[in-house]
Design a protein around this ligand. Sequence first.
Ligand SMILES: Cc1ncc(COP(=O)(O)O)c(C=O)c1O
Length: 374
Amino acid sequence: METSASRYLGADLTWLARVDELDSQPTPFLAIDLDVMEENIARMASYFAGQRASLRPHVKHHKCSAIAKLQVAAGASGITCSTTDEVIAMIDAGVDDVLLANVVTDPNRLDALATVAGTGRVIIAVDSHAAVDGLVVALERRGTSAGAVVDIDIGMGRNGVSSVDEAAELAEYVADQAPLRFAGLMAYEGHIMDIGDSTERHREVTAAFRPVVEAIEAIEGRGLDVSLVTGGSSATYRTAASFPFMTDVQAGTYVLMDATYVELIPEFRPALVAVATVATAAEGRDVVVNVGAKRLATDWGKPALAGVSASHTETSEEHNWFHLLDGPLPEVGDRVAVVPAHTCSTMAMYRRAFGCRGGRVERTLEIDGRDPLS
Ligand SMILES: Cc1ncc(COP(=O)(O)O)c(C=O)c1O
């Protein structure tokens, strides 16, 4: 999806420019406008306050337990994670109702998960007998228990069983395992969540979730209770919340946002920038800044220069290029604020982000859900 540069022209960067203590911080680094982040958290919380479904935010977006706690304090029913490291960081920090919306089959990871399942309430996605068996072995070895949801593939082709019958059969298999509690179903519409037209997105996502309704009926027909049905994302939160069967919506990116997501849900504002320094700038050339693919994710979309009329042209390991469309040419050595194309992957490249308000760094947010071992 192409991102228009113009949305950032009016970006107010005074929150960042006034933070003198960051002048001595080497670039690139991450800075968060705490007012905007909290406004985004409050906006989503107030939407879900009026819904039957709950918000179970996906913390893979920020991997930061301090932010997760703000989301829970604002009313989230629990949280969603994508890695065992995130689960451990969140439970260690006291967030104890955690859905791991991912299939884990590495025995080392399963052991870590089984261990932490002794401290907090953990629900894990499964999509095969082998995945269930591995989880059961790890839980039995640690003497712990966990919930399990059957992941059903609704078109993305990543994880998930591929039919309603398989979902029902696996649900029964889970229910027969002593250390597991069958909790329900999960489905993620990752292949269609970025459809640009919101009406078409709603229509496609609604159609994609039809197998989930059939799977609920098939599983309940076998006498099992489907108490949790979870899925959805920031781009589809309204659609997901409108489904009568949905209990927990897994929106993540609404918190910090990024240059790609702002085109999909403009009611939320970008709160995170990577601060970089202009390395090369001359008339007739692109402006080149010192943050590249190793510090700014390139897996999805295009980054944007905040407050500057420019379009993104190139990325290399340590640099991004921007083509200036209008306005004065930034000077070599100037600091610029880059809105990441994909915040979730960018956060995983840093250890911390500086949370700013009122002209100072109010809090340093540790990105403690990163992999500490590799
Ligand atoms: C399983 C799952 N649920 C939900 C999401 C949605 O998160 P976001 O709101 O960041 O798009 C994702 C994104 O990758 C995901 O993998």
